[in-house]
Structure formats: C-alpha cells, structure tokens
Design a protein around this ligand. Structure first.
Ligand code: AMP
Length: 111
C-alpha cells in the first residue's frame, strides 16, 4: 500500500483541500513553495509511463483538479504543475500525483 493510499483510506492524516469521486488533493508534507498541493487519483496508477488510453478521462480530471485547486487557493499570479516520472525526475512515491506549486516566483529550467 502506498502512503497516498493510506491517506485516501484515512489511515494517516493529511490536509485535504479537495476531494472527488476519483481523486483527492492534499497539501504536501514537505512543501517546496508556500502552496504545494498533490492531486492523487484514488485508483493506483504507479506513474505516467504506465498510463493507457483508457486512463484518458482520469488524466484529464487530474489537470482539471489542479486548476480547481489553483482557483480555490487563489493562485491568481500563476502556478506550476509538475509530474515526476521515474528516478531521473526524482519520483519518490510510486502512485501517480500532480504537484501544484504556487505563491512564489518559479525559475526555469527546473532543478
Ligand atoms: P515525488 O517526488 O514526485 O514522488 O513526490 C512525492 C511527494 O509526496 C513529495 O513532495 C513528498 O513531500 C510528498 N509526501 C510524502 N509523504 C507525504 C505525506 N504523508 N503527506 C503529504 N505529502 C507527502
């Protein structure tokens, strides 16, 4: 069971900012920006590389939820959406998630 499945099952606490039938959004425990939220599908898909055409609706819902979180948390000046897939990207939890980062100026290229 991934740590995110435990959050979905309410076995460990999280600061939940949005929940829908197929996904949940909560604040990252180690925030990299004043606002750092993770959007996580309730059904486990380890990473983007494992996504199939049949996951299209879920993938769309994750991005729509990212925009909804940005609106809800009033990230009016912009925000960044990140998906880390695999070791080179620094993926640390094998349960697909979309990072939403905001309320600070981001740099490019990312580290
Ligand atoms: P990634 O490196 O893209 O796999 O991102 C995993 C993220 O999950 C990291 O930013 C962690 O800080 C975050 N994280 C790990 N455990 C928890 C937790 N229990 N609650 C909230 N965020 C977590």
């Amino acid at each position: 069971m991934t740590i995110f499945e435990k959050i979905i099952a309410r076995e460990i606490p999280a600061d939940i900012v949005l929940e829908k039938e197929n996904l949940i959004a909560f604040r990252d425990v180690n925030p990299q920006a004043p606002v750092h939220v993770l959007i996580v599908p309730k059904r486990v898909l380890p990473r983007l590389l494992d996504a199939k055409a049949s996951d299209r609706e879920l993938l769309g819902d994750l991005l729509l939820a990212a925009a909804e979180v940005a609106k809800k948390l009033e990230l009016k000046n912009g925000f960044r959406v990140v998906v880390n897939s695999g070791p080179d990207a620094g993926e640390s939890v094998p349960h697909l998630h979309v990072h939403v980062l905001g309320q600070r100026q981001m740099s490019w290229p990312p580290g």
